[in-house]
Ligand binder design. Structure first.
Ligand code: C2E
Ligand code: CA
Ligand code: CA
Length: 763
């Protein structure tokens, strides 16, 4: 199969032309064939006519000669005198003069007077023998005869003159009619005259002797065309006249004509093939160009293809193709732009930014800084003012960032409330601080939406590359850690310091491991005794959490409690602590020990609904619980959401629980504020107590606090008592209860019972 369109077209066109030529050639062939046959026939016909005319003219010639003879007086006298000698000599004389080969003289009744040939064979009937030409075979030869009367004045004799029809005549005819003539006799089958060559003649004689019908074979043997006519030769013989002409000669012209036509046809065919090839090229070239352009498109090359096409259908197709290419390339550009840009701010998105950073990192000579900027509590703002205003603020922010960043920086929005600024400049180190100051200044003015002003806080984390990381993920993570750090420190920005990563990782690990701490029974409660300040006797204990993690080892509460609060795991921990405290108190109650137990509640616990529900069920089982369980909350926990916390504390108070304010003095609230809370107890923070005996400032703070608290009818606990002097002092200051290493460190439950037993005995 021909797969190439161009070749196929060439073959089809050439085939069509060849077919047409073949038909024309066949038609010409047939026509020339017919023409040839007709021409030969005509030629032979002409030859026949010439032959007959030749015979006629010879007859006339004979007749004139005969009339001259019969008019000759001497001859007439010789005939009438019947002088045979004279007659014969006259006949011979005349005959010789006109070159007649045969001479006969007979009486009016037909008896021979004189004859040059065998008279009996002639059988001339003078009455019928007119002036017509007449042929006769005499002595095996063919003669043309003329018979005329000899009158003196009456008919005295008939004179017959004869010319032999021989090869001479045949030659004469040939020179006149351009055809060969051969004559043969019917009876003897003998060729009597012929203009043909000797060899042909003898071959004809052979053929005739064997089979008259084989004449056609003889003709074709010598490449001849022939016509046969039969003439009478006396009463019992006939002469066959065969007119032949060489087919070669006749065909020669036609053959030449045919060759000419064939040459013309071949030339036409070549021209057709060339034309077809040119047309094919003309058609396939634009197609090739178009398919080349399409292939380019397929490979993602959208550059303009130079298509030199005419103003025809292909040109239109090329134009359509060009528009298609443009449309596709624009669409692709749009798609890739959308894929790499943020729709809201039109800034590059996280993906694009990562690629950019990767690009910079790949180039070893590039150094720079990555700033990650986070909007503080943007989600809260978004929730409270609505998405539309939030979007507006983001757009304004992006504009400010764009104005603020120099040309050496690239900006991207990498998260909902997070932007990245990438500085790639070797001299950057020197002026990064300036840049950050400038950034801070540009972000400080409030954002105006409608009539309202929105003041936003930002946290920025900074990392330098390549010294602080040459990996995209690492750099981004480190910058994020910095942002979190800044958030915690409530500062605008934090720069990378070694070790921050590890802290961050540890925090993540703690949060992860905390999830299963309760289930895996990794938690334990330790109890720190609380003493009556005046007597030094144990009145209760504070329950403190201990966590021995399988993965991380021992983790102190100062480390894991804030993380549990952040991750929300604190709810589960507090529940666990409550159930443990419940069990201990229940046990002690059964054992008749009148001890109180304090537990710590975090801000998250205060706001969650789980705690009141739990207490409800626990109280059902042990109604004495609220009287014995003290709930410690820090003032900062209450201040996170004072209204809700106060309401919750009131509920707990209604249950009967005593509420204690923990770490008093570290927050900023005044006692007057705390008064409004349903609080029974105040725990002075250990920071004021630890160095109480040496520090007069602490002393006066503790004194006034105890006094004020007592005026407000609050029970006062001092924690962090580390020496006896402090105890003594607190005693004089009329503090109610004490807690501290001086008495005991937090103890495992069984040790606490031992401690109790020892001190009860002592006390
Ligand atoms: P806190 O509630 O103020 O607990 C008292 C802390 O002071 C305990 O540290 C205790 O060991 C320590 N302490 C007691 N006496 C002295 C002393 O004389 N000198 C010194 N330097 N320290 C003393 P701990 O057990 O490491 O607990 C630290 C903090 O962890 C607690 O402070 C509390 O805020 C939190 N925490 C512990 N357990 C829990 C819990 O079950 N729930 C909640 N929400 N927080 C807990
Ligand atoms: Ca406490
Ligand atoms: Ca405390």
């Amino acid at each position: 199969m021909i797969t190439k369109f161009r070749t196929r077209l060439t073959v089809i066109l050439a085939g069509l032309v060849a077919g047409a030529l073949l038909v024309a050639l066949a038609a010409v062939w047939v026509a020339t064939e017919n023409q040839l046959a007709r021409a030969i026939e005509r030629e032979l016909g002409v030859s026949e006519r010439v032959f007959r005319e030749l015979l006629d003219s010879r007859s006339v010639q004979l007749l004139q000669a005969a009339e001259v003879l019969t008019d000759d007086f001497g001859f007439k006298r010789a005939v009438s005198s019947k002088d045979r000698e004279t007659i014969i000599s006259a006949l011979v004389n005349h005959g010789e003069r006109i070159e007649a080969e045969l001479m006969v003289l007979q009486t009016p009744d037909g008896t021979e007077i004189a004859s040059s040939h065998a008279f009996e064979q002639l059988r001339i009937n003078p009455r019928t023998a007119g002036l017509n030409r007449e042929l006769a075979v005499v002595e095996g030869k063919l003669f043309q005869l003329v018979t005329v009367p000899v009158n003196a004045p009456n008919l005295i004799a008939w004179a017959t003159l004869g010319f032999e029809v021989d090869s001479g005549l045949a030659q004469e005819l040939k020179s006149l009619a351009n055809a060969d003539i051969s004559l043969w006799l019917e009876n003897s089958k003998q060729v009597v005259a012929s203009s043909l060559q000797h060899e042909q003649v003898s071959s004809l004689s052979e053929v005739l002797k064997n089979d008259v019908k084989a004449l056609d074979n003889w003709l074709s043997k010598y490449d001849l065309a022939g016509n046969e006519i039969i003439l009478d030769a006396g009463s019992n013989d006939a002469v066959h006249v065969v007119l032949t002409t060489s087919l070669d000669a006749a065909t020669a012209e036609f053959t030449r004509l045919r060759w000419q036509i064939i040459i013309i046809a071949v030339a036409a065919l070549i021209v057709a093939v060339l034309l077809a090839a040119i047309i094919g090229r003309g058609v396939s070239r634009p197609l090739q160009q178009l398919s080349g352009a399409a292939r380019k498109l397929q490979q993602g090359d959208y550059s303009k293809s130079e298509l030199s096409l005419n103003d025809d259908e292909f040109g239109n197709l090329a134009n359509a193709f060009g528009s298609m290419r443009k449309a596709i390339s624009e669409r692709e550009k749009r798609i890739s732009y959308q894929a790499s840009h943020d729709q809201l701010t039109d800034l590059p998105n996280r993906r694009f930014f990562r690629e950019q950073l990767q690009h910079l990192l790949n180039d070893a000579s590039e150094a720079g800084a990555l700033l990650l900027l986070n909007i503080h509590q943007f989600r809260v703002l978004n929730d409270s003012v609505g998405q539309e205003i939030g979007d507006d603020i983001l757009r304004q922010l992006s504009t400010r960032l764009q104005q603020c960043c120099s040309s050496s920086a690239s900006l991207a929005r990498v998260g909902g409330d997070e932007f990245a600024i990438l500085y790639s400049n070797e001299k950057l180190k020197i002026n990064l601080d300036d840049k950050i100051e400038k950034l801070k200044a540009s972000l400080t003015p409030p954002f105006k939406v409608g009539d309202s002003d929105y003041k936003l806080a930002f946290n920025v984390g900074v990392v330098n590359f390549p010294e602080q990381g040459s990996d995209v993920d690492l750099l981004i993570r480190r910058a994020q850690v910095r942002v979190q750090q800044a958030k915690r420190q409530q500062s605008f920005y934090v720069e990378y310091e070694k070790g921050l990563d590890e802290q961050h990782m540890r925090r993540l690990q703690i949060i992860e491991s905390l999830k299963n701490a309760v289930e895996d029974e990794e938690l334990k409660l330790v109890l720190q005794p609380k003493m009556n300040c005046q007597t030094g006797l144990v009145v209760g204990a504070e329950a403190l959490l201990r966590w021995q993690s399988e993965k991380l080892g021992f983790v102190g509460p100062d480390e894991f409690i804030p993380l549990a609060e952040q991750s929300g795991a604190i709810t589960e921990l507090t529940e666990w602590v409550c159930r443990q405290a419940f069990r201990l108190l229940y046990q002690w109650h059964q054992q008749g020990r009148a001890l109180k137990l304090s537990i710590n509640l975090s801000a998250v616990d205060l706001l969650s609904d789980a705690l009141p529900l739990l207490f409800e069920t626990l109280i059902k089982d042990f109604p004495e619980l609220p009287r014995l369980l003290v709930l410690e909350v820090t003032e900062s926990a209450v201040m996170k959401d004072p209204e809700k916390a106060t309401a919750r504390l009131e509920t707990l108070q209604r249950f009967g629980f005593s509420i204690s304010i923990d770490d008093y003095g570290t927050g900023h609230s005044s006692l007057a504020q705390l008064r409004r809370l349903p609080v029974k107890e105040l725990k002075i923070d250990r920071a004021f107590v630890q160095h109480l005996s040496e520090d007069s400032m602490d002393k006066s703070i503790v004194r006034s606090t105890i006094q004020l608290a007592h005026e407000l009818d609050l029970h006062v606990v001092a924690e962090g008592v580390e020496d006896e002097a402090s105890w003594k002092l607190l005693k004089t200051l009329k503090c109610d209860e004490l807690q501290g290493y001086f008495f005991s460190k937090p103890l495992p439950v069984s040790d606490f019972i031992d401690y109790l037993n020892d001190h009860d005995v002592n006390g």
